[in-house]
Design a protein. Structure first.
Length: 228
């Protein structure tokens, strides 16, 4: 009887460890995004300005678990700190915005092919300045979220695309990216990989300080990805 109990306990512990290894995880990534694009802080009176090519930081962290009714959680952050091109300093648009997404999502597929869907909230916070006039930006909006990807077994290679979208309360944001990743470390404890991709972020803010603003940020990025 004691041997049976010991075997049952060992099997239960083993299955528990297996479940945790396969279904409970912490994911994180950080990358440098080389951005250019266009900006316009008053669509009614000004023409679009080209954004000066620059690099910025983007990062995300996600927690996944096996409980079906409770969503997984993902937090994304991008620092948008750049300016537009102009031969006249006062005419340049200085952009200093923090873009944060809080996402609650479910895995509808999680094998060689992966698919997630969810909802969340996005926040834009910071300032936009031109002609010595500064406009404070502090906007929130709900978002929808989707991600799809696939792995090439036994190679460490994978690809994915993800997007968020909102068009509520004078805030319209479309954010999409696609990337390739190569995991150069694959173990029970951690997977570590290099990735490269392309991202397009379009932001439109209507009737903000009596202005209609729009921004387009786009460009390639490279970074590191870890899965614990």
């Amino acid at each position: 009887m004691n041997k049976f109990k010991l075997s049952a306990f060992a099997l239960t512990l083993g299955l528990s460890s297996f479940a945790q290894a396969d279904f409970i995880g912490l994911k994180g990534d950080v990358s440098y995004w080389n951005i250019d694009g266009k900006a316009n802080i008053d669509k009614k009176h000004l023409s679009d300005q080209d954004i000066d090519s620059d690099s910025t930081v983007q990062a995300s962290v996600a927690f996944e678990h096996p409980i079906p009714i409770i969503p997984n959680v993902k937090l994304k952050y991008t620092k948008l700190d750049t300016e537009t091109e102009s031969s006249i300093d006062l005419a340049k648009t200085e952009i200093n915005l923090d873009h944060t997404d809080l996402i609650f999502y479910y895995e509808i597929l999680d094998n060689v092919v992966k698919a997630d869907v969810g909802v969340g909230a996005t926040k834009l916070n910071g300032t936009v300045k031109q002609f010595a006039q500064s406009v404070d930006v502090d906007e929130y909006a709900p978002i929808i979220y989707a991600e799809a990807g696939a792995k090439l077994p036994f190679t460490g290679l994978s690809a994915k695309a993800e997007a968020t979208y909102t068009n509520v309360n004078d805030v319209k944001i479309t954010d999409a990216q696609a990337e390739l990743q190569y995991d150069f470390i694959q173990s029970i404890a951690v997977d570590l990989g290099l990735k490269a991709g392309y991202r397009i972020l379009n932001i439109e803010l209507d009737d903000l300080d009596n202005r209609d603003m729009k921004f387009e940020f786009k460009g390639p990025y490279v970074g590191l990805n870890a899965h614990f």
